[in-house]
Design a protein around this ligand. Structure first.
Ligand code: GTP
Ligand code: MG
Length: 192
């Protein structure tokens, strides 16, 4: 798998015009500000292909990227309270509308902040993925912000709280690149 030469395809404000699912697809989901766009950039070896911000709510559309014949889909985050009800509803519609489509969901990367206890919305998202038999891995993000012993403790805790087996969780950091090789490996397996 060679994810260099990634390119931006397009940004969609509604799910109506999404490109036909002619390629394997990998989607990034998670709460606002968890690090979806950052992890995608790190994976694709590009600093600013997907737009990143320290303010939650940066990704407000469904953004498609392509690398090595695979579509990478950066979704808006869920759970950001400080945005209008209408806008929050639009994002929720984008996320659920995307998953309601007939697409090839090769792998969903569900991002969870490694520093926190499991959040209700994350549990809901994982329940949704399980109920719909969608293949997923949980990327625990921002691991660089915790010491090694704390990382290990959080993996155990979140594995229990989210009811996700240890092997289906990866410690990641968009800053140090931790977990990126393993993530690429999982994507390769899911897309061949
Ligand atoms: P929305 O598009 O708003 O849903 O957010 P997002 O999930 O795409 O998060 P984004 O990638 O924009 O990152 C949010 C903030 O977290 C930014 O300030 C990033 O620099 C920071 N961040 C993301 N990943 C990491 C990481 O691995 N380590 C550290 N230390 N900071 C990170
Ligand atoms: Mg984003």
């Amino acid at each position: 798998l060679n994810l260099q030469n990634a390119r931006f395809i397009a940004s969609y404000g509604t799910v109506d015009g999404l490109p036909a699912p002619t390629t394997p697809e990998v989607a990034f989901v998670g709460r606002s500000n968890v690090g979806k766009s950052s992890l995608l950039n790190k994976l694709l070896g590009r600093k600013a292909l997907a737009k990143v911000s320290s303010q939650p709510g940066k990704t407000a559309n469904v953004n498609f990227f392509e690398a090595d014949g695979i579509s990478f889909v950066d979704l808006p985050g869920y759970g950001y309270a400080r945005v209008s009800m209408a806008e929050r509803q639009r994002w929720a519609n984008l996320i659920s509308g995307y998953f309601a489509q007939e697409r090839s969901f090769n792998l969903v990367i569900a991002l969870v902040d490694v520093r926190l206890e499991a959040q209700k919305l994350d549990q809901d998202m994982l329940a949704f993925l399980r109920e719909n038999d969608l293949p997923f891995v949980v990327a625990l993000t921002k691991a660089d912000k915790l010491s090694r012993p704390k990382q290990t403790r959080q993996v155990e805790l979140l594995s229990q709280q989210l009811e996700v087996p240890r092997e289906q969780m990866l410690l990641t950091s968009a800053q140090t690149g931790l977990g990126i090789d393993e993530l690429r490996h999982r994507i390769e397996k899911a897309c061949d």
